[in-house]
Design a protein around this ligand. Structure first.
Ligand code: SF4
Length: 367
């Protein structure tokens, strides 16, 4: 059987990981640009799902899909696909391919949803068991899973609340394939931490000091950090070992009340301390902020704008408009409009280049 991967640039990192995982079990997922093959695999998020829904429905071969969106609403997605890999795919996808090509029962594969329902998964991936790339290159995944439960985020729903780390030896081996080492993780400064909530600075330093042959980029896209992890000890490691001159973290809102409702697990004070720490270590703070939470009042929105304005004096702010994603606490809610006065002030701040992002068009994945 001809088994292929629908290449979509947004999911190329997932492709790199699943290509390597399937290769271990004897499957080579060749990339295609359209609905070809006897079995075609997709990985989709909530923002691009609708671009591929019709293509999947009309594909002649067997369609398998996975990723954040199909995992969150697999029952709806089964209108468009034959099987959904719910959650992590490294073990589940090869098992499903085995069942489809060797006469097994695909519907009983753990972690797979089909028209007859979901068979619950029976494992959680150990990162060292799967390299994050082989022939198809991708970023190095340091850690997976997140102990926080931010109301707008799909990550803990997809990968669980227990943070798992790739071993230092495995990271060094993967990094040896590159001159520049860039990482994927929900929180780069949590590397090695047993609970993901408190940094383990010693383990982080041991990792960074082992990557002697690389230019290291940590705490910047795609390995952002949480504000309360930006401490003198962690910032110092960036200065000592890394090539990036910035630190990227999420503040998300300007009021403690909104942060509490979001279950962010940090305060505005943590954000301001993180900015001070960046400045003390001559690192540029790059901060994410979201407008439009359904419970945000006019006053909350003004406080978020005040925070944007304050940060933009010292660093950069990425402004986003909320997308209520399926599977999250905010699924099914409606994003609030930005007040006209704040919208116009954000526009003015954007002119000096300290505020970037796109906060005009609401993204409705359900359209
Ligand atoms: S936003 Fe970050 S910290 Fe919050 S749940 Fe998602 S990955 Fe975890």
């Amino acid at each position: 059987m001809n088994i292929v991967w629908r290449y979509i640039s947004h999911s190329r990192n997932t492709y790199a990981g699943l290509y390597a995982a399937c290769e271990k079990y004897g499957y080579s997922l060749e990339p295609v640009d359209g609905p070809e093959g006897d079995i075609i695999c997709y990985s989709l998020n909530s923002l691009n799902y609708n671009l591929y829904a019709e293509e999947m429905r009309e594909a002649e071969g067997i369609v398998i899909t996975g990723g954040p969106h199909p995992s969150a609403c697999w029952d709806e997605v089964l209108r468009d696909a034959d099987y959904v890999v719910v959650g992590e795919g490294e073990r589940t996808l090869p098992r499903l391919l085995d069942a489809l090509t060797k006469g097994g029962d695909p519907e009983s594969v753990p972690g797979v949803a089909s028209k007859n329902g979901l068979t619950p998964t029976d494992h959680s991936v150990r990162l060292d068991a799967y390299p994050c790339f082989s022939r198809m290159k991708g970023y190095i995944e340091l850690s997976r899973g997140c102990p926080f439960n931010c109301g707008y985020c799909q990550t803990p729903r997809l990968h669980g609340n227990r943070m798992r780390h790739r071993s230092r030896e495995a990271v060094v081996e993967l990094a040896s394939k590159f001159r520049d080492a860039r990482f994927v993780t929900p929180n780069a400064f949590a590397y090695g931490s047993s609970d993901g909530v408190h940094p383990d600075v010693e383990k982080l330093e041991r990792l960074l000091s082992s990557l002697t042959k690389n230019n290291i980029y940590l705490g910047t896209f795609p390995s952002e950090v949480r504000p309360e992890f930006v401490l003198p000890e962690t910032a110092e490691l960036v200065v000592q070992y890394c090539s990036n001159k910035n630190l990227h973290f999420g503040a998300q809102a300007g009021s403690d009340d909104v942060l509490r409702k979001l279950k962010r697990g940090h305060t505005i004070d943590d954000v301001m301390k993180a900015i001070d720490t960046c400045l003390d270590f001559h690192l540029l703070p790059v901060v994410d902020v979201i407008f439009g939470f359904p419970f945000e009042t006019d006053e909350d929105q003004q406080k978020t704008f005040d925070l944007v304005k304050e940060i933009s004096r010292y660093g950069k702010v990425h402004v986003h408009l909320l997308t209520p994603l399926p599977g999250t606490d905010l699924a099914g809610t409606v994003c609030r409009d930005i007040l006209p006065d704040i919208d116009s002030k954000l526009g003015k701040l954007a002119q000096n280049g300290h505020v970037t992002g796109y906060w005009h068009e609401k993204i409705d994945w359900a359209k």
